[in-house]
Write a protein that binds this ligand. Structure first.
Ligand code: 6R9
Length: 571
């Protein structure tokens, strides 16, 4: 089927407008859509929830929630009240503007009330994946100096609070909670709290959310976003997700990942859309069922999920009514042309690739409904955004030259700081002009960008960003492991899988049991998605003279490629 012949919606944002605004859109135009344009004082939770609750949207469903045991819905008015109750409870225990409140729990309505309530008191939300194990949880709470944690009794054993002196309160979300010491009963306190709250108005550059993400070296870094990011969350929800009044929108991402907050909380609710949240684990049947049950019209997911749906077969799709789907988009990894063609075949719809990252806070390079898409390309920059390919000095390269994908500094949702690490923050910019993404890409003569790979060693597995260093550090904690080097190995479904090369300590011998034991060790100590799927033992690992494991040599071994320059390698 030809892409051009599709009858799907082309969106309200037309090509002529795009071309006119390309590279020069004035963001103050977006400010005018918000009440704070004149006062300068903002709160994104007000704009996302209360503004609608006080309008004709008051009884419109804001949140549809479903998992194996719950099926609930909440209107904007109810969302306003619940988040006010959380805000009152937080204020009562002394949470103030700028404090860090972390949320470590599976998706549930309470998670969303908690995030919005935190924002209403002016505090900074820190969402954590429920899959994190003790070491991962500790690193993040420690680095951020979190004052409050909201979690569940099941996850509590992974919170080493005796080692976290700055953590003052832990809310437990569940039944029959005994309050003692630092433990507080979330549900009971919320029920007893007032439904009215005076929002803490903050400055647009004040902290909103802290997402920890992995780089190629060191511990995970805390990427801070501020309230001003709402300009771009709002505008991209309009232009890229094409959200309209009657849409039923489903973003499949967990709030532990930036996609699950920028486009699972802020974007859709700033637009006043009905937002579907599905808890629990992925299964092709339950996903298609969710689209049918809610009549989802706009769907935002990730390449790994689309590839898993694709491999579940097209027969399955025929059992569901998916005819409501109007617009589909993807983020997280390269979207293979194959998947785009599959989408056209089975949904009669194009999957629109979007590119952005934790640090950029919102979508930057996208395929828009109004535009011809080139399968395999990430698309074109958002109006008001200047993207370029630059060399290592920050000089712009011509079309078709591969180099660093860079964005001209200063877009509304740009990270405002790396927590406790200003030096690292500064190192992300070249010539004080370009934010350098760490991705390599090229631009074609039509201005479309084409992803080529990561410049660093960061691994993308099933759309999750895993720092090899974090996995290596965990591996060497195992008594049998002397040295470990971790790489991403290309995989047709997951994008990449994690492969570890390990040199054993004296006295240990390689065996399948040992492989399994080491995998479990990482799984329990760090996170299931961080455990190497493959482990290979070697007598010695390639290292530089300064002792750094040379991952590119491991990669060359794995892929049977030439190892390249070995001048920095130790003997
Ligand atoms: C939102 C998010 C960022 C990294 C990014 C790049 C990869 C994201 C992509 C893509 C190819 C796309 N990435 N979107 N690669 N095509 N459309 O994913 O944030 O978890 O920080 O990851 O993901 O390598 O640098 P984050």
């Amino acid at each position: 089927m030809k892409i051009k012949s599709l009858s799907v919606s082309k969106g309200d944002f037309n090509l002529q407008d795009y071309n006119q605004m390309y590279g020069s859109f004035d963001w103050t135009e977006v400010e005018k859509e918000f009440s704070w344009f004149e006062t300068g004082k903002v709160n994104v939770a007000y704009e996302a929830i209360d503004r609608h609750a006080d309008s004709f949207r008051k009884n419109k469903v804001a949140l549809y929630y479903q998992d194996a045991s719950r099926n609930e819905k909440y209107t904007f008015k109810e969302m306003k009240e619940r988040s006010n109750q959380v805000a009152n409870v937080l204020k009562e225990i002394g949470v103030e503007k700028g404090d860090r409140v972390f949320i470590f729990m599976p998706r549930s309505p309470e998670l969303y009330f908690a995030a919005l309530g935190t924002i209403k008191v002016g505090a900074i939300v820190g969402p954590l994946f429920e899959a994190f194990m003790q070491a991962a949880v500790k690193d993040r709470l420690e680095d951020s100096g979190a004052k409050v944690l909201i979690t569940t009794p099941d996850l509590l054993q992974r919170v080493p609070f005796e080692e976290l002196p700055r953590l003052q309160h832990i809310f437990l979300v569940g039944e029959n909670i005994q309050e003692e010491g630092i433990y507080l009963d979330f549900n009971r306190r919320i029920q007893q709290a007032g439904k009215k709250f005076d929002i803490e108005w903050v400055d647009r550059q004040d902290g909103l959310i802290l997402h920890y993400t992995s780089g190629s070296t060191g511990k995970p870094k805390g990427v801070l976003h501020v309230h001003n990011a709402m300009l771009q969350h709002y505008q991209t929800a309009k232009w890229v997700l094409d959200l309209k009044e009657d849409d039923i929108y489903w973003c499949t991402a967990d709030p532990g990942w930036v996609t699950g907050t920028s486009y699972g909380i802020f974007g859709p609710w700033l637009m006043g859309a009905s937002n579907v949240i599905i808890g629990g684990r992925f299964s092709p049947e339950s996903w298609y069922q969710a689209i049918e049950d809610y009549g989802v019209t706009v769907w935002y997911s990730a390449p790994t999920a689309f590839r898993m749906l694709m491999s579940a077969g097209d027969e399955l799709i025929k059992r569901y009514d998916l005819s409501t789907l109007r617009h589909m988009a993807s983020v997280g990894e390269p979207l293979n042309p194959e998947v785009v063609h599959w989408g056209i075949k089975v949904f009669n719809n194009r999957i629109h690739d979007t590119w952005w990252m934790t640090e950029t806070g919102a979508q930057l390079i996208c395929n828009y409904p109004c535009m011809e898409i080139k399968p395999g390309s990430m698309g074109k920059p958002l109006p008001g955004i200047v993207a370029a390919i630059v060399d290592n000095n920050g000089d712009v390269l011509p079309p078709y030259r591969m180099g660093n994908l860079a964005i001209r500094k200063g877009w509304p949702s740009m990270m405002s700081e790396i927590w406790n690490n200003h030096e690292k923050y500064e190192s992300c910019f070249l010539k004080d002009e370009w934010y350098v993404s760490g991705d390599s890409a090229y631009m074609d003569e039509d201005g479309y960008f084409w992803f080529q790979g990561r410049v660093d060693d960061v691994i993308m597995t099933s759309g999750e960003r895993v720092g090899p260093f974090e996995v290596e550090s965990k591996l060497v904690e195992h008594t049998a492991v002397a040295e470990a080097g971790v790489i991403g190995k290309p995989d047709p479904v997951r994008g990449e899988i994690i492969k570890a090369f390990i040199a054993l300590r004296e006295g240990y011998t390689a065996s399948d049991e040992l492989i399994e034991e080491i995998r479990q060790f990482v799984k329990k100590g760090l996170a299931a998605h961080a455990a190497p799927r493959e482990i290979e033992f070697r007598d010695k690992l390639p290292k530089t003279r300064s002792g750094k494991i040379m991952r590119r040599v491991l990669k060359a071994w794995e892929l049977n490629l030439p190892v390249g320059d070995l001048s920095t390698m130790e003997d």
